[in-house]
Design a protein around this ligand. Structure first.
Ligand code: ADP
Ligand code: MG
Length: 140
């Protein structure tokens, strides 16, 4: 199977607790390479645009405020079947419902502060990577 890329965010609850290394270990131990990453503070405009598909959900405003509340680490992960693989490594949205050993089960605080974002399709992965990275920032 050819290599695929996906987009990942280590969210503010995780940067606040200095567990970005532990989260990256989960990716690397399970076959996803971190081929680009940078730590940044999202602007409110960026967060609103990034999560625009959720604009009508009741948690949208709160989600935007949370995502700008501290630094995040945006990443490009690469590997076989990377989009689905990353969703598996992350676990379910609600940490209480996530499988044992997943990032969200081990580190997530609640359904909102769930430590990581991961693209849900190859098409969205491409768009989300382009949202945060230029081609020269992805070194493989
Ligand atoms: P996922 O991140 O697993 O793809 P969604 O796309 O449904 O989940 O939601 C995006 C993000 O919005 C979640 O990761 C979480 O931070 C937040 N979120 C989702 N559902 C809720 C909820 N019921 N209450 C508060 N925040 C939520
Ligand atoms: Mg989603």
């Amino acid at each position: 199977m050819p290599k695929q890329r996906t987009f990942s965010i280590i969210k503010p609850d995780a940067t606040a607790r200095s567990i970005t290394g532990k989260i990256n270990s989960k990716f690397e131990e399970q076959g996803l390479r971190v081929v680009a990453q940078k730590r940044l503070r999202m602007s409110r405009l960026q967060a609103r645009e990034f999560y625009i598909i959720h604009k009508d959900r009741p948690f949208y405003e709160e989600l935007v405020e949370y995502m700008v509340s501290g630094p995040v680490v945006v990443q490009v992960l690469e590997g076989e079947n990377a989009v689905a693989k990353n969703r598996e490594i992350m676990g379910a949205t609600d940490p209480a419902k996530a499988d044992a050993g997943t990032i969200r089960r081990e580190f997530g605080e609640n359904i909102e502060r769930n430590s990581v974002h991961g693209s849900d399709s190859p098409e969205n992965a491409e768009a989300e990577i382009r949202f945060f990275f230029s081609g020269t920032e992805i070194v493989g």
